[in-house]
Design a protein. Structure first.
Length: 451
């Protein structure tokens, strides 16, 4: 290993977080986004590879590249158009040369790469994370961390075995006012919390009936499918509508519900439920959309506590004035955390006792980049964990627990009945049909295996 490379590696292990003259995700007024990155030498940064850069991945690439502690060295995508668009965005914020790959596995072979950032479709999240860990890389994986419960458990085991950082992208865990609100809950500001409700609403259009057709020249369809058993290409799957097909996606429950369930689980201090049920269906349109567009997931916990999540993909009427959010109900009052970085405390009569000030405005329905400045705090937390051993705000153990709760809701939905759950580990009890959905089948050669 050369002196330059060794120096950089040593910095990653021991370096401090950097000068307090910088703000996470931003720059001082007198510096441009490019110039302030040059204040610290290139060898003082963690090198990342971006996997899946069409939409959310492009936003993450822009966020990582403007962050003073990271270099984006590789851009990986099966869509050649997405690579070009992301390259243009990265060049606006970083002078360093970037390599591109269709197959992200070739990027993992590079010794220059320290971490993989994953924003590919859901069926890729866990398999790509495992391959990265086995290649000796840290991982930043967008929610949900897995397509199914078994994959989540494998990731928990893999992070421990390969001794690498795995941060899930439930970014609200790093938002200052949200943290303050949760800490207030835990201090008893509304007394014992016994019920929490989360929600997400939108006005998504029909995806129609897809037509089988030849694969576009800009897309590697075989690699897009990757670990999933092969299907014929249809014209209404790529790039977003895969969310609503069980074969690749996980529905609105994990697409957006994961964030809210995570807030509720965090604020109420619960892990695994005792009972789960889900009601709903594809009600609004008759098309290829398989997952529910309307869904209620109920989770019962020990100690007389319960959580409910409501998802409405095709009716955007707000709840509590917000398209997305959570409400905690306690013996002395309630607390609202809406889509942004704020919270409001009410007494039992609904009178406002305290309302935090939201500094950064976000758009919860922005599919690509709803909260860049706030999300930079989550990225900084990952850097601190790698360089200094700081505690992750959303490690894979916590991320898996929150992901599992909504996965259990989807399993209940798909089999049409309630599930009894072991509160010690989240496993389904006495239901062979439900247990079949604990994992999935894989394309031959793509099975997830710990080595």
């Amino acid at each position: 290993m050369g002196e330059k490379q060794s120096s950089r590696r040593e910095f990653i292990k021991k370096a401090a977080t950097g000068s307090t003259f910088f703000v996470a995700g931003g720059v001082l007024p007198q510096f441009s986004a490019k110039s302030y990155r040059q204040i610290l030498g290139a060898n003082n940064r963690i090198n990342v590879s971006m996997m899946g850069v069409n939409s959310r991945g492009k936003a993450l690439a822009q966020n990582f590249v403007q962050h003073r502690n990271f270099n984006v060295l590789h851009i990986c995508d099966v869509d050649s158009r997405a690579i070009v668009n992301c390259m243009k965005a990265v060049r606006q914020r970083q002078d360093k040369k970037v390599k591109t790959f269709v197959d992200f596995r070739k990027s993992l072979d590079s010794k220059d790469i320290d971490a993989l950032v994953i924003a590919a479709p859901d069926h890729w999240h866990a398999p790509a994370s495992l391959l990265a860990l086995q290649a000796g890389k840290h991982v930043y994986v967008e929610k949900p961390c897995s397509h199914n419960p078994r994959e989540g458990e494998l990731l928990v085991q893999a992070a421990l075995r390969y001794n690498k950082i795995v941060q899930m992208g439930n970014q609200r865990r790093s938002w200052p006012n949200v943290i303050e609100g949760v800490n207030a809950l835990k201090s008893g500001v509304i007394g014992r919390v016994y019920f929490g409700k989360g929600w997400y609403t939108n006005n998504r259009p029909s995806i129609g009936i897809g037509k089988e057709m030849s694969v576009p020249e800009w897309l590697d369809w075989d690699l897009w499918q990757g670990p999933a058993p092969r299907k014929q290409f249809k014209d209404n799957i790529v790039h977003y509508n895969w969310h609503w097909r069980w074969h690749w996606g996980t529905g609105e429950a994990l697409n957006n519900g994961t964030h809210m369930i995570d807030l509720l689980r965090w604020g109420m201090g619960v892990d695994y439920p005792t009972k789960v049920n889900s009601n709903g269906g594809r009600y609004r349109y008759m098309d290829d959309w398989e997952t529910p567009d309307t869904q209620i997931i109920n989770l019962d916990f020990d100690n007389e506590m319960a959580i409910c999540w409501e998802g409405r993909s095709c009716n955007g009427k707000n709840i509590e004035g917000s398209s997305v959010g959570v409400m905690f109900y306690g013996e002395k009052g309630s607390m609202l955390i809406p889509g942004g970085d704020s919270y409001t405390i009410f007494d039992l009569d609904g009178t406002v006792l305290k309302k935090s000030k939201m500094v950064s405005v976000i758009d919860s329905r922005d599919k690509m980049n709803p909260a860049e400045a706030l999300d930079a705090l989550h990225i900084q937390n990952m850097y601190n964990a790698i360089s200094e051993g700081e505690k992750l705000n959303s490690n894979i153990v916590s991320g898996h627990k929150s992901t599992l709760l909504v996965q259990l809701g989807n399993i209940s939905q798909r089999i049409g009945r309630s599930l009894d759950i072991n509160p010690e580990n989240g496993h389904i009890l006495r239901d062979e049909e439900a247990q079949k959905l604990w994992g999935r089948s894989y394309e031959k050669g793509w099975e997830m295996k710990l080595t």
